[in-house]
Design a protein around this ligand. Structure first.
Ligand SMILES: NC(=O)c1ccc[n+]([C@@H]2O[C@H](COP(=O)([O-])OP(=O)(O)OC[C@H]3O[C@@H](n4cnc5c(N)ncnc54)[C@H](OP(=O)(O)O)[C@@H]3O)[C@@H](O)[C@H]2O)c1
Length: 289
């Protein structure tokens, strides 16, 4: 039976992975930084703990869903961000190599500068503009350096079971008639379920490397908020502001790429997988919520 070790299993993607593999027959070792009923404690920043667990379990696959994903907090917590987003994947890469496991790692559109005029492909130059982006890029580099059989999936604007933009907007709609949302950052909202399905598709293959893995199509945050309200039957209005205006209102917010649409080019080039478009994935999520 295939053994799969998941880190950060209580996060949005971690939960979606468990769901995507239901009925697969694979044996799961679910881990997160804190221990719970069916979750073992594994802090990916601790190399000794990672080596000990991986040596004992000998999984065929490691799926790293752990990360420091609070983009604004990362600006004030560079050390912690490097530890979780860069040193953690390094540790998992070293351990995966030792037991000959495949490593599935997840990265972000924020590795790009965001001043592009067309969707970024896997072949475009990276240039992160935030602590989160810098530390996630180092995570990618460590995976490339230390793992042997790896997949890196760069995703964006992820929402699933957990704190995310969709839930934040729905919460605000309960309290306010109008919400203020940035209108000049473009990207591709991606459901954690859709990303987990893509991971399940690639995991048994040998098509290693970097893939952009976002839902097809793109939008901006303000339009995304409107799409959420429309689906929820809310009359909440969206007041559009620029990133500059938003930064003046929220001085602690990190700089974000203005244009971070990813082209799932490697999936197309290899004729391997097609992600659902973002509206269809949002319909599925909202119907379930
Ligand atoms: N969310 C997005 O919009 C987005 C966009 C692009 C890319 N991504 C990437 O997609 C992946 C999944 O993101 P997500 O939204 O599912 O993240 P998430 O919901 O924030 O989950 C991350 C999980 O990792 C855990 N964790 C934190 N530090 C850890 C450590 N030292 N050791 C082990 N586990 C630790 C967290 O626990 P605590 O909650 O207790 O800290 C949490 O359960 C990440 O690689 C992220 O960078 C996310």
């Amino acid at each position: 039976m295939k053994k799969i070790l998941v880190t950060g299993c209580d996060g949005q993607l971690g939960r979606a992975i468990r769901k995507a593999y239901e009925g697969s027959g694979a044996e799961f070792i679910n881990t997160d930084v804190s221990e719970k009923d069916d979750v073992s404690a594994l802090d990916i920043t601790n190399i000794d703990a990672v080596m000990k667990m991986v040596r004992a379990a000998e999984p065929q696959v490691i799926i790293n869903c752990a990360a420091h994903t609070n983009v604004d907090a990362c600006e004030q917590q560079w050390d912690l961000a490097y530890q979780i987003n860069a040193v953690g994947p390094r540790n998992l890469s070293i351990a995966a190599r030792e037991v000959d496991a495949k490593l599935i790692h997840v990265s972000t559109d924020y590795v790009f500068e965001g001043n592009g005029v067309r969707p970024y492909t896997e072949f475009d130059e990276t240039k992160p503009v935030s602590a989160y982006g810098v530390t996630k890029l180092w995570g990618e580099q460590f995976v490339k350096e230390f793992a042997q059989k790896y997949f890196i999936f760069r995703t964006a604007w992820l929402y699933g079971e957990g704190k995310n933009f969709v839930r934040t907007m729905l919460g605000l709609a309960e309290k306010y008639d109008t919400v203020t949302v940035v209108c000049d950052q473009q990207g591709s909202p991606t459901s954690a379920d859709e990303l987990a399905r893509a991971i399940r598709y690639f995991e048994p293959t040998e098509g290693y490397g970097i893939y952009h893995a976002t839902c097809e199509g793109s939008t901006n945050w303000a339009e995304f908020a409107e799409a959420i309200f429309a689906r929820a039957g809310k009359r909440t209005k969206v007041s559009r502001v620029t990133s500059e205006e938003y930064a003046r209102m929220n001085p602690a917010s990190a700089k974000r790429p203005a244009y971070s649409i990813l082209d799932n080019y490697m999936m197309r080039l290899t004729g391997s997988y097609r992600m659902a478009d973002w509206q269809t994935a949002l319909d599925e999520y909202m119907n379930r919520e």
